[in-house]
Design a protein around this ligand. Structure first.
Ligand SMILES: *[C@@H]1O[C@H](CO)[C@@H](O)[C@H](O)[C@H]1NC(C)=O
Ligand SMILES: *[C@@H]1O[C@H](CO)[C@@H](O)[C@H](O)[C@H]1NC(C)=O
Length: 138
């Protein structure tokens, strides 16, 4: 009786280790330079605003807690979109999808921070405009 109870505990424990060991690996690193800010890193390094935040949960929403020489991740393995565009004045769903040659559904899938009408994007924000689909929620 007692030995079978202990067996269950051992199985539960090893399952936990497997889950925590499955954390995503970084596909591309970047070393922060003095004066950098997130959307500028996103634009020059081709990592969307959403992807950069997704790959670096420790960076705050205003991007005020990064520092020179810090190594950050530009994209996680298996979900590293490297095709990007920087939002310009007057851009909307129509101009972005036309320029990229992708359907709106792909743009919205790859940029979960954008609403269905693309009305909550801002100038300087960086979007993934790849024709491939990236699953950031895995
Ligand atoms: C990124 O940096 C981390 C920590 O410095 C390192 O372990 C990892 O191998 C680097 N990955 C790549 C793809 O360069
Ligand atoms: C834009 O809308 C999406 C979908 O409703 C939401 O998830 C996202 O937080 C919004 N982004 C901004 C910057 O308000």
């Amino acid at each position: 009786m007692f030995s079978s109870t202990r067996m269950v505990a051992v199985i539960a424990c090893s399952t936990l280790i497997l889950v925590s060991g499955a954390s995503a690996q970084c596909a591309r690193n970047y070393t922060v330079v003095s004066g950098d800010f997130c959307d500028e890193i996103s634009a020059t390094q081709h990592s969307s605003t959403f992807q950069l935040a997704n790959a670096n949960p420790s960076i705050n929403a205003d991007c005020t807690n990064i520092f020179a020489e810090e190594v950050i991740c530009l994209g996680l393995l298996g979900r590293d979109c490297t095709t990007t565009t920087v939002i310009q004045p007057g851009d909307g769903c129509d101009t972005i999808t036309a320029a990229a040659g992708i359907p709106l559904s792909t743009l919205l899938h790859n940029n979960p921070n954008v609403n269905a009408d693309c009305t909550n994007i801002s100038i300087g924000e960086v979007l993934c405009t790849s024709g491939g689909l990236f699953n950031y929620t895995v």
